[in-house]
Design a protein. Structure first.
Length: 186
């Protein structure tokens, strides 16, 4: 990280895999440009990473991506780091931090559409397990998009793999705003 000029702080490895895949599809080599996507191991760790990379640390450009449920953690940490006074969602974006509604997987599913995501799951050889999952009593009342989101998180490593698969299938003219926003900041 000695040659870092910017970092993108993300909650976990699945977010990092999606962003790195998307950047590569856009013809960008983030590492060669001195941009590093840093999975923080959860949104509550943002304060530590802002201290390490932000103005009081290495002083590199910092951007980030979080889920809607963790927006408050990001706001408080940015304020404590002296990067904004009670930032609104628009204020977060002006600082380079973008909120996924409800999370990154939801953004990707909405952009691709449920039918396309199901086709991708089939191509990955997991349509049978997905259908079995959908028949479980706890899933029956959920929308197909909600079932897809939940399915992606049911097995270790699945969210990381599908972060790459879904980002790899995106129409580059329809990239979800939080993803295009954060990549444009670095």
């Amino acid at each position: 990280m000695d040659d870092a000029r910017a970092v993108i702080l993300v909650e976990g490895r699945s977010d990092a895999s999606a962003l790195e895949t998307l950047a590569a599809r856009q013809g960008r080599n983030l590492g060669a440009a001195g941009v590093f996507v840093v999975p923080m191991g959860g949104a509550t760790n943002i304060g530590h990473y802002l201290a390490r990379f932000g103005p009081q640390g290495l002083g590199v450009r910092v951007a980030g991506l979080c889920d809607e449920a963790e927006e408050g953690d990001f706001r408080r940490a940015l304020e404590r780091a002296g990067l904004g006074q009670r930032p609104t969602r628009d204020g977060l974006a002006r600082l380079g931090f973008y909120v996924c509604v409800a999370d990154l997987e939801d953004e990707l599913i909405r952009s691709l559409g449920v039918a396309t995501v199901e086709q991708l799951i089939e191509a990955e050889g997991e349509l049978g397990p997905f259908r079995t999952f959908c028949r479980q009593p706890a899933q029956r009342g959920r929308t197909r998009a909600q079932q897809l989101r939940r399915f992606l998180g049911t097995r270790s490593g699945r969210k990381i793999r599908y972060g790459q698969v879904l980002a790899g299938a995106l129409d580059l003219g329809r990239v979800p705003a939080p993803l295009s926003g954060v990549l444009s900041r670095v």
